[in-house]
Design a protein around this ligand. Structure first.
Ligand code: ADP
Ligand code: MG
Ligand code: MG
Length: 532
């Protein structure tokens, strides 16, 4: 009715206002310090006993662990210089090649001096490659040193006690009360996706709700658990991150990186023109390529690459989302399964053959084609096709390239859309490097892209809503006649694991909670009571 319509609009308006206000650490609950209260150190003993003492995980990978380990190093005169070396190398890593050559003299005066006596092309190559390799060795030497005696000392220090306290806060049970709910973002197969805000820090997320009754009716348990378990092992700026998984009475909830800029499908077709400019095509393809590479390194095939599943954030970077069809290959094994979306499935998937990572590189070919031409490779604009005919074309027909394709783009798509996976670009010995070194990507510096320091060619308008009107999305209701039983609980328990370490710690740091709460007594002494 008219009234609910107005209420919905108002809700969604207030939602967006709140999203704007909440940037920069505002929008925290007034009770935020209580929500993040440290337990007394005596309450952390069980955790201290069971925590795996792995240097790399505790001091490099986990953001809060890393910060505390650095604070510890800073407190020891003999370790202080390690911090500045790590900083220097971090800065060096994200420099452009040009800047790198300039700053080499800073880091390695002797090596540079030697290299300069060689003829110039050799010298240049050596500088960039040789120094890069030496730095990598140096990096691992430094970490090897730190993982010895300094790491042992750290575990005896108040900084590690504080780490345990943060860990306890991280592991608090997660319920719906720790979030605020704002506007509806979209609808999926098992439920709705909503904009959420963590009350303690003010950080915005997208919450994908899976209605328990729908999951049960659609036998989606294994699929939901698979998606959750894959998401929690990933850590890439090119794939949505899972920050929390929890349950309510009605739903299972995945709390994910919020992507407000719409999906690529919308950008290809609904922005006035069909198709995107070449620099955007290259940029999105490069980021997708890095995301796929991350999945592939963990032996995961994504299997559902299509414009709808690539989402933009506020700044115009993209992430791969919807990992419902992804599957982990067991060591050296192939899988079989005709899954994916009609029109985007690779020939080997349609043919029900065994395959490894190859369908994803086919998918990248389809994506680049569609972003360029404004239509998918095996279907003309507006054409309606039955499934069988689409499958036949994919398996048998050569795709056509219009004038809009540059030579590199055409060559790149052709190589990726090779029917036989054994001959496809990306599936040979050189793997992803074969793809990244193709002339199509000649303007992309992948090292800087991976470091997140490249400015996207297009920034979404913060006032625009890049999706269909939420009013057009049907309501989700619970399925009648499906009864939830004790046995379903085993599955819910596996799903309901709460915060995920790296994203949760990132949230604390990014939103300023870490800095404000991580205070110690005067001059770094152990405060009389760690519980404040
Ligand atoms: P399903 O697996 O059921 O298809 P999706 O993960 O594709 O569910 O989510 C459904 C819709 O919700 C998407 O099409 C998109 O519009 C929206 N959505 C999903 N994830 C996010 C996100 N991280 N940020 C913003 N919107 C999202
Ligand atoms: Mg989807
Ligand atoms: Mg899905």
């Amino acid at each position: 009715s008219e009234v609910t319509n107005i209420t919905n609009r108002l809700d969604s308006f207030l939602g967006s206002v709140n999203i704007i206000i909440s940037g920069g650490g505002k929008g925290r609950s007034w009770k935020w310090k209580d929500m993040l209260r440290f337990p007394h150190i005596s309450q952390c003993m069980e955790l201290a006993k069971t925590l795996e003492r792995d240097y790399y995980s505790l001091c490099v990978k986990q953001p809060i662990g890393r910060q505390l380990f650095r604070l510890f190093c800073q407190s020891k005169p003999e370790l202080r210089h390690c911090n500045s070396l790590l900083d220097k190398m971090g800065e060096y890593e994200v420099k452009s090649d040009e800047e790198k050559r300039m700053s080499l003299s800073d880091l390695y005066p002797n090596v540079l001096h030697l290299a300069l006596t060689l003829p110039s092309p050799i010298c240049e190559g050596l500088c960039v490659l040789g120094i890069h390799l030496r730095l990598l060795c140096f990096y691992s030497d430094l970490h090897e040193y730190l993982s010895g005696a300094p790491f042992l000392q750290y575990q005896q220090s108040m900084y590690f006690d504080r780490f345990l306290q943060w860990k306890m806060v991280e592991r608090q049970p997660v319920t719906k009360h720790i979030f605020r709910q704002y506007r509806l973002l979209g609808k999926g197969g098992f439920g709705e996706v909503w904009a959420f805000q963590a009350r303690a820090s003010g950080k915005m997320y997208a919450c994908k709700k899976l209605e328990k009754t729908h999951v049960k009716k659609g036998k989606g348990e294994a699929m939901a658990l698979n998606e959750k378990q894959i998401l929690e092992t990933l850590n890439s700026r090119f794939v949505v991150s899972l920050a929390y998984a929890y349950e309510t009475k009605q739903s299972l909830c995945l709390v994910l990186t919020i992507m407000n800029g719409g999906d690529l499908r919308f950008h290809i077709y609904n922005m006035g023109t069909s198709g995107l400019e070449q620099d955007r095509v290259q940029f999105y393809a490069a980021e997708v390529c890095c995301g796929l590479h991350h999945l592939h390194q963990m032996n995961i095939v994504y299997r559902d690459l299509k414009p709808e599943n690539i989402l933009l954030d506020d700044n115009g970077h993209i992430r791969i989302s919807d990992l419902g069809l992804a599957v982990t290959l067991s060591e050296g094994n192939l899988v079989r399964g005709r899954v994916g979306t009609l029109g985007y499935m690779a020939p080997e998937v349609i043919g029900n053959d065994y395959y490894g990572l190859s369908p994803d590189w086919w998918g990248l070919g389809c994506l680049v084609y569609e972003m360029t031409a404004g239509r998918s490779p095996f279907k003309r604009k507006g054409e309606r096709l039955i499934g069988k005919e689409m499958e036949r074309r994919i398996q048998e027909e050569e795709e056509e390239y219009g004038k809009i394709f540059s030579n590199e783009t055409k060559d790149f798509c052709r190589l990726l859309l090779t029917k036989d996976p054994r001959d496809r670009l990306g599936c040979q010995g050189s793997g992803v490097y074969g793809i990244q070194s193709h002339p199509f990507f000649r303007t992309i510096n992948f090292r800087r892209l991976e470091a997140g320091v490249i400015e996207p060619p297009f920034k979404p308008d913060p006032r625009a809503v890049y999706c269909q009107d939420v009013q057009d999305i049907d309501e989700f209701s619970t399925v009648k006649g499906v009864i939830l039983e004790r046995a379903d609980n085993d599955f819910y328990i596996k799903f309901n694991t709460g915060s995920v370490a790296i994203p949760w710690q990132t949230e604390m740091i990014e939103m300023g909670c870490f800095k404000e709460l991580n205070v110690f007594g005067p001059q770094g002494s152990r405060p009389p009571d760690l519980d404040w």
